[in-house]
Design a binder for this molecule. Sequence first.
Ligand code: NAP
Length: 258
Amino acid sequence: MSGSREVALVTGGGRGIGAATARELGRRGYHVVINFRGNADAARAVALEIEAVGATAECVQADVCDPAQVERMVDGVLADRGHIDVLVCNANTVAPPFGPLASLAWKDFIDKVSGELAGAFFVTQRVLAAMRHRGGRIVYVSSSAADYVGSGRLSHSTAKSALNTFSRHVAAEAAAHGVTVNTVAPGAVRTEATAAIFTPEREKHLAAHSVLGRVLEPEDIAVVIAQTVDAGMRGVTGALIRVDAGFGVLVGGPSSTA
Ligand SMILES: NC(=O)c1ccc[n+]([C@@H]2O[C@H](COP(=O)([O-])OP(=O)(O)OC[C@H]3O[C@@H](n4cnc5c(N)ncnc54)[C@H](OP(=O)(O)O)[C@@H]3O)[C@@H](O)[C@H]2O)c1
Protein backbone atom coordinates (compact mmCIF):
# COMPACT_ATOMS: atom_id res chain seq x y z
CA MET A 1 0.00 0.00 0.00
CA SER A 2 1.47 3.38 -0.95
CA GLY A 3 0.83 7.11 -0.83
CA SER A 4 -1.40 9.37 1.22
CA ARG A 5 -3.13 11.19 -1.62
CA GLU A 6 -6.82 10.69 -2.18
CA VAL A 7 -7.36 8.21 -5.00
CA ALA A 8 -9.67 9.03 -7.93
CA LEU A 9 -10.66 6.38 -10.47
CA VAL A 10 -11.87 7.78 -13.80
CA THR A 11 -13.39 5.27 -16.20
CA GLY A 12 -12.62 6.09 -19.81
CA GLY A 13 -9.99 8.50 -18.55
CA GLY A 14 -7.73 8.32 -21.58
CA ARG A 15 -9.69 10.50 -23.96
CA GLY A 16 -12.31 13.23 -24.17
CA ILE A 17 -14.20 14.29 -21.05
CA GLY A 18 -12.57 11.55 -18.98
CA ALA A 19 -9.06 12.68 -19.92
CA ALA A 20 -9.85 16.30 -19.07
CA THR A 21 -11.32 15.13 -15.75
CA ALA A 22 -8.24 13.04 -14.98
CA ARG A 23 -6.00 16.05 -15.68
CA GLU A 24 -8.16 18.35 -13.53
CA LEU A 25 -8.16 15.90 -10.62
CA GLY A 26 -4.39 15.52 -10.98
CA ARG A 27 -4.02 19.30 -10.77
CA ARG A 28 -6.07 19.17 -7.59
CA GLY A 29 -3.65 16.68 -6.01
CA TYR A 30 -5.37 13.33 -6.38
CA HIS A 31 -3.63 10.13 -7.30
CA VAL A 32 -5.50 9.47 -10.54
CA VAL A 33 -6.27 6.00 -11.84
CA ILE A 34 -6.90 6.33 -15.56
CA ASN A 35 -9.03 3.45 -16.80
CA PHE A 36 -9.08 2.75 -20.52
CA ARG A 37 -10.40 -0.03 -22.74
CA GLY A 38 -8.06 -0.21 -25.73
CA ASN A 39 -6.10 2.98 -26.24
CA ALA A 40 -3.13 2.60 -23.89
CA ASP A 41 -1.12 5.36 -25.60
CA ALA A 42 -3.80 7.97 -24.98
CA ALA A 43 -4.11 6.98 -21.33
CA ARG A 44 -0.34 7.04 -20.87
CA ALA A 45 -0.16 10.53 -22.40
CA VAL A 46 -2.70 11.77 -19.83
CA ALA A 47 -0.72 10.15 -17.02
CA LEU A 48 2.44 11.91 -18.18
CA GLU A 49 0.63 15.26 -18.18
CA ILE A 50 -0.54 14.63 -14.63
CA GLU A 51 2.94 13.66 -13.49
CA ALA A 52 4.31 16.80 -15.13
CA VAL A 53 2.30 18.95 -12.70
CA GLY A 54 3.67 17.04 -9.72
CA ALA A 55 0.75 14.68 -9.07
CA THR A 56 0.69 10.92 -9.55
CA ALA A 57 -1.22 8.71 -11.93
CA GLU A 58 -1.46 5.17 -13.22
CA CYS A 59 -3.22 3.58 -16.19
CA VAL A 60 -5.35 0.45 -15.84
CA GLN A 61 -6.84 -1.43 -18.76
CA ALA A 62 -10.30 -2.86 -18.14
CA ASP A 63 -13.58 -3.10 -20.01
CA VAL A 64 -15.98 -1.64 -17.45
CA CYS A 65 -18.81 -3.73 -18.90
CA ASP A 66 -17.03 -6.93 -17.92
CA PRO A 67 -17.43 -7.75 -14.21
CA ALA A 68 -14.29 -9.91 -14.08
CA GLN A 69 -12.17 -7.11 -15.55
CA VAL A 70 -13.73 -4.56 -13.20
CA GLU A 71 -12.97 -6.82 -10.24
CA ARG A 72 -9.34 -7.15 -11.32
CA MET A 73 -9.01 -3.39 -11.78
CA VAL A 74 -10.63 -2.34 -8.51
CA ASP A 75 -8.96 -5.03 -6.41
CA GLY A 76 -5.60 -4.10 -7.95
CA VAL A 77 -6.03 -0.42 -7.03
CA LEU A 78 -7.14 -1.34 -3.52
CA ALA A 79 -4.17 -3.68 -3.06
CA ASP A 80 -1.74 -0.93 -4.15
CA ARG A 81 -3.34 2.17 -2.62
CA GLY A 82 -5.66 0.84 0.10
CA HIS A 83 -8.65 3.00 -0.83
CA ILE A 84 -10.61 4.67 -3.62
CA ASP A 85 -12.07 8.03 -2.59
CA VAL A 86 -13.56 9.25 -5.86
CA LEU A 87 -15.16 7.35 -8.72
CA VAL A 88 -16.04 9.07 -11.98
CA CYS A 89 -18.16 6.78 -14.19
CA ASN A 90 -17.54 8.34 -17.57
CA ALA A 91 -16.65 5.61 -20.08
CA ASN A 92 -18.40 6.05 -23.41
CA THR A 93 -19.18 2.34 -23.65
CA VAL A 94 -21.45 2.12 -26.69
CA ALA A 95 -21.93 4.56 -29.55
CA PRO A 96 -25.67 5.12 -29.90
CA PRO A 97 -27.55 3.97 -32.96
CA PHE A 98 -29.45 6.95 -34.37
CA GLY A 99 -32.90 6.92 -35.85
CA PRO A 100 -36.59 6.81 -35.05
CA LEU A 101 -38.20 3.79 -33.40
CA ALA A 102 -39.34 2.33 -36.71
CA SER A 103 -35.78 2.09 -37.95
CA LEU A 104 -34.13 0.71 -34.80
CA ALA A 105 -33.21 -2.92 -34.35
CA TRP A 106 -33.97 -4.20 -30.85
CA LYS A 107 -30.44 -5.53 -30.51
CA ASP A 108 -28.85 -2.13 -31.25
CA PHE A 109 -31.28 -0.39 -28.92
CA ILE A 110 -30.77 -2.75 -26.02
CA ASP A 111 -26.99 -2.96 -26.56
CA LYS A 112 -26.85 0.81 -26.05
CA VAL A 113 -29.03 0.77 -22.94
CA SER A 114 -27.39 -2.26 -21.35
CA GLY A 115 -23.86 -1.07 -22.26
CA GLU A 116 -24.51 2.28 -20.61
CA LEU A 117 -25.81 0.66 -17.45
CA ALA A 118 -23.20 -2.09 -17.32
CA GLY A 119 -20.50 0.58 -17.39
CA ALA A 120 -21.99 2.05 -14.22
CA PHE A 121 -23.30 -1.06 -12.47
CA PHE A 122 -20.23 -3.26 -12.07
CA VAL A 123 -17.75 -0.58 -11.14
CA THR A 124 -20.17 1.08 -8.71
CA GLN A 125 -20.93 -2.20 -6.98
CA ARG A 126 -17.26 -2.99 -6.50
CA VAL A 127 -16.06 0.51 -5.55
CA LEU A 128 -18.98 1.24 -3.24
CA ALA A 129 -18.20 -1.89 -1.25
CA ALA A 130 -14.72 -0.46 -0.65
CA MET A 131 -15.99 3.09 0.07
CA ARG A 132 -18.20 1.84 2.89
CA HIS A 133 -15.19 1.90 5.22
CA ARG A 134 -14.21 5.57 4.84
CA GLY A 135 -16.78 7.28 2.64
CA GLY A 136 -16.28 8.69 -0.83
CA ARG A 137 -17.76 10.52 -3.78
CA ILE A 138 -19.20 9.14 -7.00
CA VAL A 139 -20.09 11.06 -10.16
CA TYR A 140 -21.86 9.66 -13.21
CA VAL A 141 -21.42 11.35 -16.56
CA SER A 142 -24.85 11.40 -18.13
CA SER A 143 -26.08 13.69 -20.91
CA SER A 144 -28.53 16.50 -21.44
CA ALA A 145 -29.88 14.17 -24.13
CA ALA A 146 -31.79 12.42 -21.33
CA ASP A 147 -34.08 15.44 -21.14
CA TYR A 148 -34.78 16.09 -24.78
CA VAL A 149 -36.85 14.36 -27.38
CA GLY A 150 -36.13 14.23 -31.07
CA SER A 151 -33.25 14.02 -33.48
CA GLY A 152 -33.25 10.21 -33.51
CA ARG A 153 -31.68 9.85 -30.07
CA LEU A 154 -34.21 7.42 -28.63
CA SER A 155 -31.65 4.83 -27.51
CA HIS A 156 -29.15 7.34 -26.14
CA SER A 157 -31.79 9.35 -24.27
CA THR A 158 -33.33 6.21 -22.81
CA ALA A 159 -29.94 4.94 -21.67
CA LYS A 160 -28.97 8.23 -20.03
CA SER A 161 -32.38 8.60 -18.37
CA ALA A 162 -31.92 5.17 -16.87
CA LEU A 163 -28.45 6.18 -15.68
CA ASN A 164 -29.94 9.26 -13.98
CA THR A 165 -32.42 7.06 -12.12
CA PHE A 166 -29.72 4.54 -11.22
CA SER A 167 -27.63 7.39 -9.79
CA ARG A 168 -30.42 8.63 -7.53
CA HIS A 169 -30.99 5.15 -6.13
CA VAL A 170 -27.28 4.68 -5.46
CA ALA A 171 -27.25 8.09 -3.74
CA ALA A 172 -30.00 6.93 -1.39
CA GLU A 173 -28.26 3.64 -0.60
CA ALA A 174 -24.77 5.10 -0.22
CA ALA A 175 -25.60 8.02 2.06
CA ALA A 176 -25.48 5.87 5.18
CA HIS A 177 -21.87 5.04 4.33
CA GLY A 178 -20.72 8.63 3.91
CA VAL A 179 -20.73 8.44 0.12
CA THR A 180 -22.22 11.22 -2.01
CA VAL A 181 -23.47 10.37 -5.48
CA ASN A 182 -24.21 12.94 -8.17
CA THR A 183 -24.73 13.12 -11.90
CA VAL A 184 -23.19 15.61 -14.29
CA ALA A 185 -25.08 15.97 -17.57
CA PRO A 186 -23.06 17.58 -20.35
CA GLY A 187 -24.57 19.18 -23.41
CA ALA A 188 -22.71 19.13 -26.70
CA VAL A 189 -18.98 18.65 -26.08
CA ARG A 190 -16.23 18.61 -28.69
CA THR A 191 -14.52 15.18 -28.33
CA GLU A 192 -13.48 12.36 -30.66
CA ALA A 193 -16.91 10.83 -30.06
CA THR A 194 -18.65 13.82 -31.60
CA ALA A 195 -16.06 14.75 -34.23
CA ALA A 196 -17.91 12.97 -37.01
CA ILE A 197 -21.32 14.45 -36.21
CA PHE A 198 -20.21 17.98 -35.33
CA THR A 199 -19.99 19.26 -38.86
CA PRO A 200 -19.48 23.04 -39.06
CA GLU A 201 -23.21 23.40 -39.80
CA ARG A 202 -24.17 21.26 -36.79
CA GLU A 203 -21.84 23.19 -34.49
CA LYS A 204 -23.35 26.43 -35.70
CA HIS A 205 -26.82 25.06 -35.02
CA LEU A 206 -25.87 23.87 -31.54
CA ALA A 207 -24.16 27.15 -30.70
CA ALA A 208 -27.15 29.12 -31.92
CA HIS A 209 -29.41 27.11 -29.60
CA SER A 210 -27.30 27.67 -26.49
CA VAL A 211 -27.39 30.72 -24.28
CA LEU A 212 -23.58 30.86 -24.23
CA GLY A 213 -23.49 30.67 -28.02
CA ARG A 214 -20.96 27.85 -28.24
CA VAL A 215 -20.47 24.13 -27.89
CA LEU A 216 -18.49 22.93 -24.88
CA GLU A 217 -14.93 21.70 -24.46
CA PRO A 218 -14.06 18.68 -22.27
CA GLU A 219 -12.46 21.04 -19.75
CA ASP A 220 -15.83 22.77 -19.21
CA ILE A 221 -17.20 19.48 -17.92
CA ALA A 222 -14.06 18.37 -16.07
CA VAL A 223 -13.99 21.38 -13.80
CA VAL A 224 -17.61 20.76 -12.72
CA ILE A 225 -16.94 17.08 -12.05
CA ALA A 226 -13.85 17.97 -10.00
CA GLN A 227 -15.81 20.60 -8.08
CA THR A 228 -18.63 18.12 -7.44
CA VAL A 229 -16.24 15.70 -5.71
CA ASP A 230 -14.59 18.46 -3.70
CA ALA A 231 -14.83 17.84 0.05
CA GLY A 232 -16.69 21.14 0.44
CA MET A 233 -19.60 19.71 -1.58
CA ARG A 234 -20.44 17.20 1.17
CA GLY A 235 -24.04 18.48 1.38
CA VAL A 236 -24.81 17.70 -2.26
CA THR A 237 -26.03 14.23 -3.21
CA GLY A 238 -28.59 12.82 -5.61
CA ALA A 239 -28.21 15.97 -7.70
CA LEU A 240 -28.31 16.29 -11.45
CA ILE A 241 -25.98 19.05 -12.56
CA ARG A 242 -26.45 20.22 -16.13
CA VAL A 243 -23.43 21.63 -17.91
CA ASP A 244 -24.98 22.45 -21.25
CA ALA A 245 -23.99 26.03 -22.13
CA GLY A 246 -27.57 26.98 -21.38
CA PHE A 247 -29.28 24.82 -24.02
CA GLY A 248 -32.09 23.96 -21.64
CA VAL A 249 -32.81 27.60 -20.94
CA LEU A 250 -34.17 28.26 -24.37
CA VAL A 251 -37.78 27.38 -25.05
CA GLY A 252 -38.04 23.85 -26.37
CA GLY A 253 -34.41 23.05 -25.54
CA PRO A 254 -32.00 21.48 -27.96
CA SER A 255 -32.97 18.48 -29.97
CA SER A 256 -29.50 17.51 -31.04
CA THR A 257 -27.06 17.22 -28.15
CA ALA A 258 -24.60 14.33 -28.02
N1 NAP B 1 -19.07 14.37 -26.17
C1 NAP B 1 -20.29 14.82 -25.89
O1 NAP B 1 -20.86 15.72 -26.56
C2 NAP B 1 -21.04 14.24 -24.71
C3 NAP B 1 -22.24 14.87 -24.33
C4 NAP B 1 -22.94 14.36 -23.26
C5 NAP B 1 -22.47 13.26 -22.56
N2 NAP B 1 -21.32 12.66 -22.94
C6 NAP B 1 -20.86 11.51 -22.16
O2 NAP B 1 -19.55 11.75 -21.68
C7 NAP B 1 -18.84 10.51 -21.55
C8 NAP B 1 -17.51 10.60 -22.27
O3 NAP B 1 -17.76 10.90 -23.63
P1 NAP B 1 -16.59 11.42 -24.61
O4 NAP B 1 -17.26 12.19 -25.67
O5 NAP B 1 -15.50 12.02 -23.81
O6 NAP B 1 -16.11 10.01 -25.21
P2 NAP B 1 -14.78 9.61 -26.05
O7 NAP B 1 -14.01 10.83 -26.45
O8 NAP B 1 -15.27 8.66 -27.07
O9 NAP B 1 -13.89 8.82 -24.96
C9 NAP B 1 -14.43 7.67 -24.44
C10 NAP B 1 -13.52 7.02 -23.41
O10 NAP B 1 -14.25 5.91 -22.86
C11 NAP B 1 -13.41 4.77 -22.89
N3 NAP B 1 -14.22 3.55 -22.99
C12 NAP B 1 -15.15 3.25 -23.93
N4 NAP B 1 -15.71 2.05 -23.64
C13 NAP B 1 -15.09 1.59 -22.51
C14 NAP B 1 -15.23 0.41 -21.73
N5 NAP B 1 -16.12 -0.55 -22.05
N6 NAP B 1 -14.43 0.26 -20.66
C15 NAP B 1 -13.53 1.22 -20.32
N7 NAP B 1 -13.37 2.37 -21.01
C16 NAP B 1 -14.15 2.54 -22.11
C17 NAP B 1 -12.48 4.96 -24.08
O11 NAP B 1 -11.33 4.15 -23.86
P3 NAP B 1 -10.17 3.99 -25.00
O12 NAP B 1 -9.51 5.34 -25.07
O13 NAP B 1 -9.29 2.94 -24.47
O14 NAP B 1 -10.89 3.62 -26.26
C18 NAP B 1 -12.23 6.47 -24.00
O15 NAP B 1 -11.18 6.75 -23.09
C19 NAP B 1 -19.79 9.44 -22.09
O16 NAP B 1 -20.47 8.83 -21.02
C20 NAP B 1 -20.76 10.23 -22.97
O17 NAP B 1 -22.02 9.62 -23.12
C21 NAP B 1 -20.58 13.13 -24.01
